[in-house]
Design a protein around this ligand. Structure first.
Ligand SMILES: Cc1cc2nc3c(=O)[nH]c(=O)nc-3n(C[C@H](O)[C@H](O)[C@H](O)COP(=O)(O)O)c2cc1C
Length: 203
């Protein structure tokens, strides 16, 4: 089934992982998930994330597979609103409305590696909702790379300002690329949103 949707063995994909908060509500964050045979792994899950706390407490995770850059943007900077979840499934927590497929998984074990853990997951369910034609676009990749860097800039501003500056340079490079070759909606709007958020949080 995973081969059929292109999630080949050894491949790392960028997903949005939903976990269960202590009050039963869902929490979602973009996280890289790797396939390791019939198991999945999150090689680097930072311990200061809500996702880590929820996963260790509940032992359950719902991995949303989607290429909707707007949902990635929303999930990176805020809690997704309730209307982003699809309640028509009887899963423990609802999948995202815009997911093309989702995988339910259980925590097998995790290895402590200082400020992050490496997590091993076993698959308990897979549902393919939409098969969409896929193609490359530089716009999506530029925005996705910028989102990943944007989550690291505030951390490096505290511990390594030089590295924070290098990441900021990369983000500005992608913003220039996007402004030259991508449409305003949603790419330029999101890139400007990322840059403005990082400027606003500058200490
Ligand atoms: C595309 C993308 C991939 C990410 N992958 C990871 C990851 O593999 N591990 C991780 O700890 N944080 C990752 N992050 C950062 C988290 O999503 C971000 O720090 C989030 O705010 C922390 O999660 P929380 O909301 O559960 O606290 C990624 C961010 C993006 C945009």
């Amino acid at each position: 089934m995973l081969d059929k949707i292109g999630f080949e063995n050894g491949l790392l994909i960028e997903t949005i992982c939903s976990t269960e908060n202590p009050d039963g509500s869902p929490h979602s964050a973009p996280i890289g998930v790797k396939r390791a045979g019939m198991l999945l792994s999150i090689d680097k899950l930072f311990k200061d994330t809500i996702t880590f706390e929820n996963l260790v407490r509940s032992g359950y995770i719902l991995i949303n597979l989607l290429d909707d850059i707007e949902t990635f943007y929303l999930a990176t900077f805020s809690d997704l609103p309730r209307e982003e979840y699809d309640k028509s499934y009887s899963t423990r927590i609802p999948p995202l409305r815009r997911s093309n497929a989702f995988i339910e998984a259980e925590l097998v074990n995790f290895r402590d590696r200082d400020n992050f853990v490496s997590v091993e997951l076993s698959i308990s369910g897979i549902l393919i909702r939409k098969m969409k034609p896929c193609f490359f676009t530089r716009c999506k990749h530029a925005v996705l790379e910028s989102l990943i860097h944007a989550t690291r800039v505030p951390v490096f501003r505290r511990i390594d300002p030089k590295e924070a500056g290098s990441l900021m340079k990369l983000i500005l490079h992608y913003r220039d690329l996007v402004s030259r070759i991508c449409p305003e909606e949603p790419y330029n709007r999101i890139m400007n949103g990322i840059v403005n958020r990082l400027r606003d949080t500058q200490i």
